[in-house]
Write a protein that binds this ligand. Structure first.
Ligand SMILES: C[S@@+](CC[C@H](N)C(=O)[O-])C[C@H]1O[C@@H](n2cnc3c(N)ncnc32)[C@H](O)[C@@H]1O
Length: 247
């Protein structure tokens, strides 16, 4: 595993106005290090709705050099490895990467490089990658410009970049998830970026928008929710999924 420099500590607690009793505000890195072991148990239907959309937007990945940015425990890395991609999986949390690594077999490992780094601080080959994917990472980055600049440099011309974020119109998206772990209660720094911010950063980083989706919970997801949660979620834009092309 490669290691890199993290700037995430500077984000500590900046977005939370009111800390509920008993909760700790951690840096992004420390939050995901603490959460890693339990992370896969917290996937809900929202994540399923999101990954269906992301995977539908992806072109063929066989033998392509793919970046999975903020890869976490491998929600995208693992299915893309199975489809024959050669993946560089990046995450600021070494514990999330360890969980991902524990889920890979010998064949997977041949086509996988794990990089423990903040995306903005990556030192990888420029104009090397055919495709990048990132699931729910930018919600945890306050200043996204350096990350977009870096990603743009690493991609070849015409490469795809598909990323998902929580919708700015999802209520409380900006408060940061409060996570109950078995041994502590934590708040993960989370930032709300509006559409205009994404649009401007995308344009200035040398990308064009090819597609934009707003996956929603619909009637067919009713079974997965109690009626209160269903009422809260159904029909509303909860996520944004961008498909970009590197110019
Ligand atoms: C909500 S999780 C999503 C993980 C995975 N992509 C998924 O969709 O299941 C966000 C991940 O992004 C990572 N992350 C957040 N900020 C990052 C940064 N600046 N550089 C690299 N990784 C980052 C976190 O450590 C965490 O693993």
């Amino acid at each position: 595993m490669l290691t890199g420099h993290s700037t995430q500590d500077t984000l500590k607690g900046q977005n939370v106005e009111h800390v509920p009793e008993g909760f700790e505000i951690l840096s992004v890195k420390d939050s995901f290090d603490s959460w890693a072991e339990y992370y896969d148990d917290t996937f809900d239907i929202l994540v399923k709705v999101e990954s269906n959309t992301v995977l539908r937007l992806l072109s063929k990945v066989k033998n392509k050099f793919v970046l999975d940015l903020g890869c976490g425990t491998g929600r995208y890395t693992l299915p893309l490895l199975k489809k024959g991609a050669k993946i560089t999986a990046v995450d600021v949390s070494s514990r999330m990467l360890s969980v991902l690594s524990s889920k890979t077999n010998k064949d997977d490992k041949k086509n996988l490089v794990l990089v423990n780094s903040d995306v903005s601080a990556l030192s990888l080959n420029k104009s090397y990658y055919d495709l990048a994917v990132s699931g729910l990472m930018f919600d945890h980055i306050k200043n996204m410009k350096p990350a977009f600049k870096k990603i743009s440099k690493l991609l070849k011309k015409d490469a795809e970049f598909i990323f998902s974020v929580y919708s700015p119109y999802k209520d409380n998206a900006f408060e940061g998830p409060t996570i109950h772990l078995p041994d502590r209660k934590i708040i993960v720094p989370t930032y709300q970026h509006d559409l205009e911010t994404y649009f401007n950063i995308i344009k200035k980083s040398g990308f064009m928008i090819v597609d934009l989706k707003e996956p929603k919970v619909t009637a067919r997801h009713r079974l997965f929710y109690n009626s209160q949660s269903f009422k809260r979620y159904a029909g509303r834009p909860l996520l944004l999924v961008f498909k970009l092309k590197k110019l």
